[in-house]
Design a protein. Structure first.
Ligand code: SAJ
Length: 419
């Protein structure tokens, strides 16, 4: 349930991706008049036809409700609105956020921007990007304006719930701007909205994702140690986590998504006084795909498999989503394809440029070596014993269980289990 009444303002959400579209629909559901702007004509046509450009839990239902309310319009032509919420990608160039799409969005807003209009940046930006680059850019229009940075905090797979229930950080250019944007967001956010400056808001976001990246790297290093010292890291982690102040993350084949492998670079190498935990962590995470490839090569060599077919289970960057951005599957597949024939399956991903996605059954019937990259629920019900062609199963997520291998004649390995 929305906390506050509709704002009575027209809101334009710029960029209808994984964050922009759910945000626009939640604002529209709360009764605000929302315009969704995107430069991608195909996406707008899809939305006009009642189709969603990606899958996300609860989004079809929300879209249907909003269509009935007639509070959301998708468009490729920018129009005047009281508030512009910018949710476009900020790719990583070198060690900083590439602001080109935000700058392009601001340029398209400029001709229609009203006096006393508001700009909110949801896209992830570097800690000082708002104060040093984006606010001055808007100030140069010489029109009175409000400006805030409200970094998105929602996790793919549970986006809508998190958008409504998570606490949010709203960093305004002035305290009055902060207050204005908090009032607007409280039309659909039930979590507490905390006011601060643009720089603290941006830093907070980078710190959140850095915290996660560093903790995943620690788990990954523990996995490598466990393989050397011949113990099962998963058992050790679950026991260590019984300690009231320990929460070790899960090791895996590498870190994907648009945020965790990228945002920490905005901080890494800022200081030179001490060795950087952040840079080291990112390097560890980036090394995991080649570690997986080495494990596969070792098993193939040990078993002397001739021209083996490798079956990759999962292309998305994490469980039960169709999002493949920065997936560790890509470097793993690329490297394996240099030597082997590789088949790929993913229940959520139907196509990917330059790749053929096959059905799970076909992969299980044809592959000699199975490499499980993504922990999709579907894989926990595969019975590997039914496929005599399979010589090796490498589970990089520790989701497979004994019941799936009762009469299995091959080798079942789990990343981080050196026992
Ligand atoms: N992963 C591990 N081990 C773990 C947890 C995750 O290997 O213990 C891997 C995942 O498989 C995946 C990657 O890390 O490849 C990232 O997944 P994730 O679920 O940790 O995070 P994202 O990228 O989907 O979303 C994160 C979230 N940030 C935090 O949890 C601090 C989300 O709240 C942010 O909104 C999002 O980044 C973002 O857009 O910044």
């Amino acid at each position: 349930m929305p906390q506050n009444k509709p704002s009575g303002k027209t809101i334009c959400v710029v960029g209808l991706g994984y964050i922009g579209l759910p945000t626009a629909l939640l604002l529209a559901d709360a009764g605000n008049q929302v315009l969704g702007f995107d430069v991608d004509q195909i996406k707008i046509k899809q939305l006009e036809a009642g189709l969603l450009p990606f899958s996300e839990h609860g989004l079809p239902e929300l879209f249907a409700t909003v269509q009935n309310k007639r509070t959301f319009t998708a468009t490729t032509s920018i129009q005047s609105a009281d508030v512009y919420i910018i949710a476009v990608p900020t790719p990583h160039t070198g060690k900083s956020a590439d602001l080109q799409y935000i700058v392009a969005a601001l340029s398209s807003i400029k001709p229609v921007f009203p006096k006393n209009g508001t700009i909110v940046i949801e896209s992830t930006v570097g800690p000082r990007d708002c104060i040093d680059i984006l606010e001055p850019l808007v100030a140069a229009w010489e029109i009175p304006f409000s400006f805030a940075h409200c970094p998105e905090r929602a996790i793919p797979g549970n986006t809508l719930h998190e958008m409504v229930h998570n606490e949010r950080i709203v960093g305004g250019r002035t305290p009055a701007d902060t207050k204005k944007v908090i009032t607007l967001y409280s039309t659909f956010v039930q979590g507490k909205l905390h006011g601060t400056t643009t720089t603290v808001a941006a830093s907070c976001k980078v710190m959140e994702n850095t915290y996660r990246a560093v903790n995943i790297a620690l788990a990954n290093e523990f996995a490598l140690i466990a393989e050397q010292l011949e113990f099962n890291v998963w058992e050790a982690i679950s026991l260590a986590n019984k300690h009231p102040r320990v929460n070790i993350h899960a090791p895996g084949p590498g870190v994907g998504g648009h945020c965790i492998p990228i945002d920490p670079w905005f901080f890494a190498q800022t200081q030179q006084e001490v060795p950087s935990v952040i840079s080291t962590a990112l390097t560890i995470n980036d090394t995991m795909p080649s570690h997986v490839v080495k494990q596969v090569e070792r098993e193939i060599k040990l078993l002397k498999l001739q021209k083996p077919v490798i079956g990759i289970l999962g292309l998305s960057y994490k469980k039960n989503v169709d999002d493949t951005r920065e997936s560790p599957g890509f470097p793993i597949i690329k490297k394996l394809q240099e030597t082997f024939s590789v088949m790929i399956t993913d229940p959520y991903v139907t196509h990917s440029p330059a790749m053929t996605i096959t059905s799970l059954e076909e992969v299980l019937h044809s592959a000699d070596v199975i490499v499980l990259i993504t922990d999709h629920d579907e894989y926990t019900s595969c019975n590997f014993s039914s496929y005599p062609n399979i010589s090796v199963v490498l589970d990089t997520r520790n989701i497979l269980s004994e019941i799936q291998f009762v009469k299995f004649q091959g080798i079942w390995k789990t990343l981080g289990n050196g026992a």
